[in-house]
Design a binder for this molecule. Sequence first.
Ligand code: DOR
Ligand code: ZN
Length: 457
Amino acid sequence: MTADLVLKNGWIVTPEETVKGGVAIANGKFVAIGTDDSLPPAKEVIDVKGGHILPGLIDAHVHFRDPGVTYKEDFGTGSTAAVCGGITTIIDMPNQIPPTENAEQVAVKKGIGEAKSLCDFAVLGVVHQTNADDILPMAKAGAIGYKIFFGETIGNLPFPDDGMCIEVFSNITKSQVPLCVHAENRQIQHYWTNKLKAEGKNAPIYWEQSRPALCEAESIAHVMFMAENFGTKLHIVHASTKQAVQMLKNAKRRGLRFTGETQPHYLLRVASDMADVGPLLKMNPPVRTKEHQDALWEGLLDGSIDMLATDHSPHTLEEKGCDINGKMSKPVIWDCISGFCGVETAVPLMLTQVNKGRMSLNHYVKVASENPARVWQMYPKKGAIALGSDGDVTVVDMDKEMTIDPNKLHSKNKPTPWGGWKVKGVPIYSIVRGHVQMRDGEPVGKVIGQMQLPILS
Ligand code: DOR
Ligand code: ZN
């Protein structure tokens, strides 16, 4: 047999072990994994020169803004940034215009992704007050899951009230795909925002106080109560608090199918950084104190937090209310929009933490590839270097150093709080089903994205 692509002279990293060798891919699937001399001949052979061969990394939380908000980002630029950052599959959020709120809009997203994406992708449907009857049709149309925005955030999507939740949770459970939630309590965020404004506390440093830890924690407790009653698979996106970690830990101990993700910014930045970085670091929910950061690290290492994702959410600098260095152009933090780029910077940022000894590379592969694939029911098609799995690979050079340059990001708009950060550990190839989509940080592939469907047992 002749394979399409062989990667050799590397270290294959799985959650369990690191072994010397390479992989062969044919017709988009892994067909051989082992020592270099055991691999079949191939049309193309890449010597990865001692690099680490990881299962294709997954970013389960990005906002590619397509359709309707494409002046910020689109599926082409977003997926280019993804593969340049070492990501081979993304899950796209539903808060664009129109939102992904019915089967027809799931089909629209599928069409856009297939027409523009350099990486594979999956799509979430939003659930709100008036689309309970669209829940099952969205899953039928291929949605990988659902999202409810309990917090007020970009897109201003209404959330189902408590009465309606009884209807929507029951429908979501029937669909067998998970529900993810943006958990922030709107009453708490309104009360504290108004109070800070009334006191004239308008600087970036007050952003965290406008959405304090209990704003997130109360909302998580509420949604867990509903999800437990209905047996719903629940995923907490962008967990930012120690309370989130504790509640996920307790839920898992009790055998509930509740999962969570956190982001590099919650692991590497704290609320006081807002003073220097300004609106570039403004995000919902906000970055918090070291106490919360420590709890998130502990949760990521002990399995309470299942995965890393980015919440990649680009906006124009004008909307951000600052220049590329964070210097404010708007007088008050309230008028600066929340969200920033992340999909291209997360892998080097976290590999740097691996190099610093905060986490093994094996555990990184678990939280950045295997677990996202499992939680979103794409495993073992995605998230595994295994015979028959999709031939998705991220090759990383753990010795390569780089300084993050905002102007070199591939997104349409490039607000980032990571400008100037020195990283060690960089993705050098992104391979999607055997197609080389990125080499040395630059896009080299074609549009090949396929929408991923949940694998239901
Ligand atoms: O700050 C945020 N921005 N948080 C979100 O949850 C949404 C995101 C966006 O879409 O810009
Ligand atoms: Zn988000």
